[in-house]
Design a protein around this ligand. Structure first.
Ligand code: URA
Ligand code: SF4
Length: 197
């Protein structure tokens, strides 16, 4: 399993499938525990991530760590990745074509790790994975689609200048790990939104 993730990571490092490869310093594959119960999916690497080749290591990453800690979870226990693996110039939102071109890497990560639930961080991941919009309206909810569970919350970067949103993110992390505990205990969980395809 770890081998497959390493192979995927190497492919990401070498990837030139979309034009973001021309402006990046480093591509950024996901990082974390390959036995994780949950995969966190953000938008795209930012400046610090691009320089180091690691996801969520800047201020947004710090906010994510703080929210996880408040739920008693460390980053070593989870797996963290993004919709696209290379930084868009000036941190613009990745285009539909870039997202589509990059999507097989995320699919691979999900296939290998088989998370109990995928935590969507913000609107880019929400629209890419569930065709959703307005995450602030739907945050805190559990979604089921094609036999995969998702949990919706705000992007950690949105909490940087908004103190209210950091409490929201912390509250959501507590709920997420409560749901994960219930799943592990084979309890029936409450699904808020069921997608039919
Ligand atoms: N924002 C993201 O969406 N992903 C990162 O890795 C860092 C900041
Ligand atoms: Fe390849 Fe994705 Fe980077 Fe585009 S963003 S070059 S598809 S790894």
């Amino acid at each position: 399993m770890e081998k497959k993730l390493e192979k995927m990571k190497q492919q990401v490092i070498e990837c030139t499938k979309c034009e973001l490869s021309q402006t990046r310093n480093n591509s950024v594959a996901g990082k974390g525990n390959f036995k994780a119960d949950v995969i966190f999916v953000g938008e795209a690497p930012g400046k610090n991530e691009d320089l180091k080749g690691e996801p969520f290591i800047g201020i947004a990453g710090k906010k994510l760590s703080i929210a996880l800690e408040s739920a008693g979870i460390t980053r070593e226990e989870v797996y963290i990745t993004n919709i696209v693996k290379c930084r868009p110039p000036k941190n613009r939102v990745p285009t539909p074509i870039e997202r589509e071109t990059c999507q097989n890497y995320l699919k691979k990560e999900i296939e290998i790790i088989e998370p109990k639930i995928i935590c969507i961080l913000g609107n880019t991941a929400f629209s890419s994975l569930l065709d959703g919009k307005e995450i602030t309206k739907f945050r805190g909810k559990v979604v089921s689609k094609n036999n995969q569970l998702y949990f919706l919350t705000v992007h950690p970067a949105a909490t940087i200048y908004n103190q209210k949103l950091i409490s929201v993110l912390k509250k959501d992390m507590k709920k997420l790990f409560r749901v994960i505990k219930e799943l592990k205990d084979k309890k029936k969980i409450k699904i808020d939104i069921e997608y039919t395809s």
